[in-house]
Write a protein that binds this ligand. Structure first.
Ligand SMILES: [Zn+2]
Ligand SMILES: [Zn+2]
Length: 322
């Protein structure tokens, strides 16, 4: 079984960055950043279960109101992850409206605020007029989401303020080659569950007796077909510091798709340092060092609107540099 991510960049690279990711089921429809998302259809917005916000600069967060309005009557909760300040930002957005008529609405908003070592958690429920409910703090050890074989790792970068970057990966699928099973004369049975588990955990403890003979995991390796899961990373609005660059490489390592900003052209290197954004050269360097298979440029400064090809060429040049 090969699972596919459906990913789309909502706007063109000179507009607000935002990526819509749809996987197998509703629970796994994600949005990376919520700046201007008016190009999404309402039905697409209604499917968003989880939003991963990098930071609350207006071009990354102004779309929150549009989402809020559409999900108000929805049963499925809305979960939001973001950096330091996200709970305060959501709370204040909600406080900007009057909520005396929504006590019967089902919507629950859960907000997780990622800092260097911990994740604060707050709930905002329509039934309580969206008053903040403080939940127990959780540890932050890079993995912030792990459900149904989907894992999301986060990293905190410096952009003058803390910014979160994200990498979403699918577990690899372990399938049994039925023809090979038949050829070797083995019956299917519960032992296959333990065998798959041993493969997943790379454990050498597994043995099974089949047709009177005992086999180890390695003896049965010809039965296994592994489909690698895919990985999508989203990194934007980070200062071109050595620390940020090495964190970005680590976070996005082996990405199948890397969405990454290329805010400034190389010639504006000084400006990139001051404004705390990457240049095309940094973008190419990160993508190359991370071994990203496919790069999608996001968040190129609108002042280069006629120069997309130049930006792309500079990224390619950095990718080809030794
Ligand atoms: Zn931005
Ligand atoms: Zn920013």
């Amino acid at each position: 079984m090969k699972t596919t991510f459906f990913c789309k960049q909502i706007n063109n690279p000179f507009e607000d960055p935002a990526v819509y990711v749809r996987l197998r089921c509703l629970r796994h429809t994600f949005l990376f950043d919520c700046g201007d998302i008016s190009a999404l259809e309402p039905a697409e917005i209604l499917k968003i279960a989880t939003i991963f916000v990098t930071h609350m600069h207006i071009d990354h967060f102004i779309g929150f109101d549009l989402i809020l309005r559409l999900v108000l009557g929805r049963d499925m909760p809305l979960t939001i992850y973001g950096p330091l300040g996200i709970i305060h930002a959501v709370e204040n957005k909600l406080k900007g409206f009057t909520w005396n008529l929504i006590k019967d609405y089902p919507i629950k908003i859960e907000v997780f605020e990622i800092t260097e070592n911990s994740m604060s958690h707050a709930g905002f429920y329509a039934e309580s007029g969206f008053e903040k409910i403080v939940k127990p703090e959780l540890p932050f050890n890079r993995t912030i989401y792990n459900e149904d074989g989907i894992t999301v790792n986060a990293e905190i970068f410096d952009h003058g303020i803390p910014v979160a970057g994200y990498s979403l990966s699918e577990e690899s699928h372990i399938n049994i080659n039925k023809d090979e099973l038949l050829r070797r004369g083995f019956e299917t049975g519960p032992w296959l569950t333990g065998f798959k588990k041993a493969i997943r955990n790379n454990s050498n403890d597994f043995t099974v007796t089949l047709n009177g003979k005992t086999y180890t995991k390695d003896d049965l390796s010809s039965l296994v077909m592994i489909t690698e899961g895919q990985r999508v990373s989203y990194i934007t609005d980070i200062a071109p510091t050595d620390e940020n660059i090495s964190k970005a490489i680590e976070l996005s390592r082996d990405s199948d798709i890397l969405y990454i900003e290329a805010f400034f052209l190389k010639e504006d290197h000084e400006r990139a340092l001051k404004r705390k954004h990457l240049t095309t050269a940094h973008t190419g360097h990160i993508a190359k060092a991370a071994g990203a298979k496919h790069i999608e440029l996001i968040h190129i400064s609108p002042k280069y609107t006629a120069l997309y090809t130049k930006a792309e060429s500079e990224v390619l040049e950095a990718l080809e540099a030794s």
